[in-house]
Design a protein. Structure first.
Length: 116
């Protein structure tokens, strides 16, 4: 339950951060038979697939480290599924990662555009 709440809070913070930085949120938590895309946004003409990782501590490493090659491969497949499902063609797709670490003073956000 705590993990779900932490993830939801992280995604809420991520949406605020992305909007503040000019992205338009299209969808959240797009579920498919092969997994879920946390946030789908627009940045100009590009569709942006945003993977959000939130941690309450660094005991298990920085959240950016969790987006390994296996996760990247899955996100690419999810993006293709999304584009086909929505009938979107001929569009630039970008993969960003937004990591949040909760601290005693709030949170620290790391945002990587074109992460892979």
């Amino acid at each position: 339950m705590k993990k779900t709440r932490t993830g939801r809070e992280g995604e809420d913070l991520a949406v605020k951060y992305l909007r503040k930085n000019g992205l338009k949120i299209i969808e959240r938590n797009f579920r498919t038979p092969i997994g879920e895309i946390d946030i789908i946004a627009r940045d100009g003409p590009a569709i942006v697939i945003v993977e959000v990782k939130t941690r309450t501590s660094l005991n298990f490493g920085h959240p950016l480290e969790a987006v390994d090659q296996r996760k990247q491969k899955r996100l690419r497949r999810l993006a293709l599924y999304y584009l086909k499902y929505r009938g979107i063609e001929n569009v630039q797709v970008r993969f960003d990662v937004l990591a949040i670490v909760k601290t005693d003073n709030g949170h620290k956000i790391s945002y990587i555009k074109e992460a892979f």
